[in-house]
Design a protein around this ligand. Sequence first.
Ligand code: ADP
Ligand code: MG
Length: 340
Amino acid sequence: MTALIHILDAHSANQISAGEVVERPASVVKELVENSLDAGANHIDITVEGNGVPLIRVRDDGNGIGSEDLPLAVIRHATSKITQIEDLDQLRTLGFRGEALPSIASVSKLEISSRPADQPAGLSLTLNAGEQEEMKEIGCPAGTCVTVRDLFFNTPARLKFLKSTPTEFGLISDTVGRIALAHPDIAFSLTHPHQVVLQTSGRGDLREAIAAVLGHAIARQLIPVNVHHEKWHLQGFISPPSLVRSSRQAQYFMINGRIIRSPLLSRALAEGYHTLIPAKLHPIAVLHLSVPPSDYDVNVHPTKMDVRFKEEQELTLFIREAVYNTLIKSKPLPSIQTKA
Ligand code: ADP
Ligand code: MG
């Protein structure tokens, strides 16, 4: 009898994991930019055409990838960031699953060119639906440039599920905005297609980054938060109770620089406002939480946007009090600043 069970070939395995990691063009942008951040980049430039399907390009001035490593970067479960599961407790990088590049490559035409600063020449690798097409030496600036063309060209079902160009590009620009708020010390630009639609200075001033993403009028009114607990630190900005939104869209939570979705933190924030805000309205918040990596688990979902906290109740209480005390202390509400 022949066995019925077999191991999937690499291409099929990559396409399946692409289904989880690469839901739409905005997810490609997120994964590529996170790689640039992990590579220690100071400048990250993103170029998008149309809804992201024709072209997404992310260029960085990070560490680059050495010539021996470049072919490995696009192989599944190949990562330079961890070697064993225990390393997750000390995780300081955004990536660790070694899935993004092979997943994206399996559903697009991908070109990755890179040069570490200490190497004289760069190397460029092109793949078509995950199959290596060409690898050649090239001249390029130090850093890495990944170009994704014809996203989902070989997965028509995915392509059909995409929304209109304004919607998909809106999601991309929202993603870049979130990442820029998570990293005010890094200069980002988003070009679509020949116009810069978002740009941050990378000077490290969070209020300035908020102005670039949410506008000056909002940035000016926000109240600074800076509260320490034994091992936790909450820092960022929240809106005065007079500045509210009908959705939680303008709430940004970052844990150790990682952007997360957290109903827990949203609720703690809302509770911090007590009755200062009418029901169904939501404050604006850009909050960075620093906690020891061993206090939470990011390996909950392939997109790594959900986290599980070990001490949920204590943390909720800490956030709620921090927000409440900040609001109380800020009375009377801050007048418009003329100088930062
Ligand atoms: P992960 O980020 O989980 O390690 P990826 O598939 O996203 O997996 O990337 C695989 C590897 O390729 C990374 O571990 C890293 O070594 C390298 N890499 C990817 N993008 C870049 C980049 N922009 N700069 C430097 N190295 C990169
Ligand atoms: Mg990655």
